[in-house]
Design a binder for this molecule. Structure first.
Ligand code: S3P
Length: 455
């Protein structure tokens, strides 16, 4: 499907964005292996989290929806049923990796596959899950389909991730629930920590520490401070998280905040269209997710956080953005995992900014739903921007007015939405090929954009 986007004079309004996709996947998965019925409010609406529910149903989990509440009838850590055929993870890298961690501890055989994009993505869960004692095979030892013959109990491991990855970390922690003893994952920089927070809330014993200075008394409070400092100093920030197995999880009530990765499109749109004024309600502001706000502010964006509060262990607030002049910046180092999904739209902001922006240390972008470095560079060039491609990022030359053009989503939801935002600030018409991919995380995105646009 092709969607055409036209320049706008101003963006105005108060909006909400879908529930956080990462938190939704986790709430469904943990609810499924907990004891009793977990209730989830504000579960994400996109296709990916719905695929997670389908996969859980195939594993014998009963899930009902009553209005805004999703009820997941947990079957306990060992109550999942062997599936009657391959499990289809669609486009979702998070689902296939997290569920692999759970299936590694189930004494049956399962096969996981996905769409053409997912089958091209590296499954770095294969190695740690094998070390824990599960039999795992993959195409070329790395790509889906994955075949898993689980084992119970698993062996606990100490696994150091070569690259910060919340999905691989989460898979090992979830497998750790079925291991006898303590499983530890080490990361070169802190990736999103929803799994750790939620496992703690469901009653698992979780401990986090900084590598150099041992155990932190208050890890979560310290996290924000250290992430900021690392950003300034470009320092590595190694962390460890451990989980005790064999665990028993207790049902929970989860309230899912708005997805900051979805809000990011409106933060950039509101910032690059002069005189705009948008309020985005109830957005999750977890310190491992909100680097996009810090970077946009550094670029000169006028973004305020209002009504900050804590909901189910996750910080939440309203984001208020006003149009302003942006300037180029450097985005690299320990910050990258905390804004990895926002980089395409940040690149669009950079193309509208004064001066050069350099993005480095982001080679992970090449392993996402599409090669996001290639896709962003290609589309920005089609729109007349000056962009240099780097193996681990890009250099975006300062402001040249963007020209409307025919761009492609490359089958990637975030590329489709990032270039819709670019279209608002371009001259003339922008046509987005494959715009329907936005439904993966944000059904109704284009309608919402239209609702707040004034021409
Ligand atoms: C996610 C982690 C990130 C992110 C993805 C969601 C998660 O992936 O890009 O969209 O929910 O844990 P990686 O762990 O592969 O970096």
């Amino acid at each position: 499907m092709q969607v055409r986007v036209f320049p706008v004079r101003v963006l105005r309004g108060t909006i909400s964005v879908p529930g956080d996709k990462s938190i939704s996947h986790r709430a469904a998965l943990l609810g499924a292996i907990a004891e009793g019925a977990t209730e989830v409010k504000g579960f994400a609406l996109g296709k990916d989290p719905r695929t997670t529910l389908e996969v859980l149903r195939r594993l014998g989990v009963r899930i009902e929806r009553k209005g805004d509440i999703l009820r997941i009838h947990g079957v306990g850590l060992r109550g999942l049923k062997p599936p009657d055929g391959p499990l289809y993870a669609g486009n979702s890298g998070t689902l296939i990796k997290l569920i692999s961690g759970i299936l590694a501890g189930q004494e049956f055989h399962s096969v996981l596959t996905g769409d053409d994009s997912l089958k091209m993505r590296p499954m770095r869960v294969v190695e740690p899950l094998r070390l824990m004692g599960a039999e795992v095979s993959a195409r070329d030892d790395l790509y889906p389909p994955l075949a898993i013959r689980g084992r119970f109990p698993l062996k606990p491991v100490h696994y150091a991730l070569p690259v910060a990855s919340a999905t691989v970390k989460s898979a090992v922690l979830l497998a750790g629930l079925c291991a006898e003893g303590r499983t530890t994952v080490e990361e070169p920089a802190p990736s999103r920590d929803h799994t750790e927070r939620m496992l703690g809330a469901f009653g698992a014993r979780i401990e986090r520490r900084w590598l150099r200075e041992g155990r932190a008394e208050d890890f979560e409070r310290e996290l924000e401070r250290r992430l900021r400092r690392a950003e300034g100093e470009g320092r590595p920030l190694r962390v460890q998280v451990s989980v005790e197995g064999v665990a028993r999880l207790e049902k929970q009530r989860v309230a899912v905040p708005g997805d900051i990765s979805s809000a990011a499109f409106f933060l950039v749109a509101g910032a690059i269209v002069p005189k705009s004024h948008l309020r985005i309600r109830g957005v999750g502001l977890n310190p491992t997710r909100k680097a996009v706000v810090d970077v946009l502010r550094r670029m000169g964006a006028d973004i305020r956080v209002e009504e900050e509060r804590l909901v189910c262990g996750e910080p939440v607030g309203d984001l208020v953005v006003r149009g302003s002049e942006l300037k180029g910046t450097r985005i690299a180092g320990a910050l990258i995992p905390n804004l990895i999904d926002e980089l395409p739209v940040l690149a669009v902001a950079a193309a509208c900014a004064r001066g050069e922006t350099v993005i480095r240390d982001a080679s992970e972008l090449r392993t996402k739903e599409t090669d996001r470095i290639r896709a962003v560079v290609e589309n920005l060039r089609r729109m007349g921007a000056k962009v240099g491609e780097l193996p681990d990022g890009m250099v975006i030359g300062g402001r040249r007015p963007l020209r409307g053009a025919l761009v492609d989503s490359f089958g990637d939801h975030r590329i489709a939405m990032a270039f819709a935002v670019a279209g608002l600030a371009a001259e003339g018409e922008t046509a987005i090929e494959g715009a329907e991919w936005a439904d993966i995380s944000f059904p109704g995105f284009f309608e919402l954009l239209e609702r707040i646009s004034r021409r």
